[in-house]
Design a protein around this ligand. Structure first.
Ligand code: 3HC
Length: 296
């Protein structure tokens, strides 16, 4: 982890607001603060804010312990972080990055409230994994040119990519500033068009879904499916372990977006994947998905 200079004439952003203090929002906020940006994280749930604060303290301390971050830089990053249960405290942000539940109505409602909080020429970005950016931007028609997709990957402090998704109305200037900002956050921004699942989940999720079919049809045991993909294709996690890491409910949601958006039944979620979701086995977050994490 290195501390960059946040002020940059290309992106012209110094103050970042993050909406949602969960795994993704918390990760985005941590990276923003370490990269030199004054960062405020909002979440309406006090439990989420407390958890996020504790995780930041733990991960920054771990960075120092491992020699990746000087103590002074960790302290400075912590000093740049503000936590709030009130959306109004995001007022004056040069960019607001939304990372809440993948529910289009919830997101649109937040965007309507957040748009008025932006600084002049501020950008509204969504970390959605698959919902149409053009559709989300219809919630804020007055600033749709400054609305964009900024898709980070989990775990945010580790994963290098930001998939930048341009909606139909997104301006070239907004796209250029967002790409520059991702670079200032130590990430590589790669553009993708606003099509169902963009690039990442258009390619990743059918592979994960297919792994569930392979399990359902008895091609191999789950652990063996994963081992084959890890050792044979050099994936850091097998597809079933990765599904648990992402959340099986999220996987189903993304497959539904692909099936509906591409109007093709080959993208339907595997019945076994859906059955696990019905049973409440959502992966790491519930302690059990394909695999059992209850002892961890
Ligand atoms: N936050 C910060 N750092 C973390 C972390 C977290 N949540 N989890 C792991 N790390 C760090 C560790 O501290 C460690 O750092 P070090 O190299 O300095 O010691 C490093 O990552 C490796 O971690 P571990 O040694 O604990 O474990 P692994 O080697 O198994 O790596 C992993 C863990 C990085 C998660 C790796 O398994 C991996 O890359 N998995 C694939 C992740 C992936 O594909 N993510 C994308 C998901 S799709 C997505 O997000 C899009 C959405 O739309 C669905």
């Amino acid at each position: 982890m290195t501390t960059n200079t946040a002020r940059n004439s290309t992106h012209n952003i110094t103050k970042i607001g993050v909406i949602g203090a969960g795994q993704m929002g918390g990760g985005i906020a941590q990276v923003a603060a370490v990269s030199g940006f004054a960062t405020t994280v909002f979440d309406a749930f006090p439990g989420a804010i407390d958890k996020c604060k504790a995780l930041h303290a733990k991960l920054l301390a771990k960075g120092v312990e491992k020699g990746k971050l000087a103590q002074a830089d960790a302290d400075a990053a912590q000093g740049r972080l503000t936590y709030s249960q009130s959306l109004d405290n995001l007022a004056g942000s040069d960019i607001l990055i939304e990372a809440v539940v993948e529910d289009i109505a919830v997101k649109k409602d937040l965007f309507r409230k957040a748009a008025g909080l932006l600084a002049k020429n501020g950008i509204l970005a969504s970390n959605t994994s698959s919902i149409s950016i053009t559709d989300l931007a219809t919630a804020v028609p007055e600033i749709s040119g400054r609305f964009i997709g900024m898709h980070f990957f989990n775990p945010v402090p580790v994963m290098k990519l930001v998939e930048v998704i341009k909606g139909l109305a997104t301006s070239e200037e907004t796209t250029a500033r967002t790409i520059a900002l991702a670079g200032a956050m130590g990430k590589t921004a790669v553009p993708a068009n606003d099509r169902p699942g963009f690039v990442s989940n258009r390619v990743l999720m059918p592979m994960i879904n297919e792994a569930f079919y392979a399990w359902m049809e008895g091609v191999a045991e789950p652990a063996h499916i994963d081992e084959i993909m890890k050792l044979g294709c050099a994936h850091p996690m097998g597809p079933l372990r990765l599904a648990d890491f992402i959340g099986l409910d999220t996987c189903v949601h993304i497959m539904e977006v692909l099936a509906e958006g591409l109007n093709n039944p080959r993208y339907r979620a595997c019945p076994l994947l859906k059955q696990l979701v019905t049973a409440g086995r959502l992966g790491d977050k519930t302690g059990r998905g394909v695999f059992d994490y209850s002892q961890k």
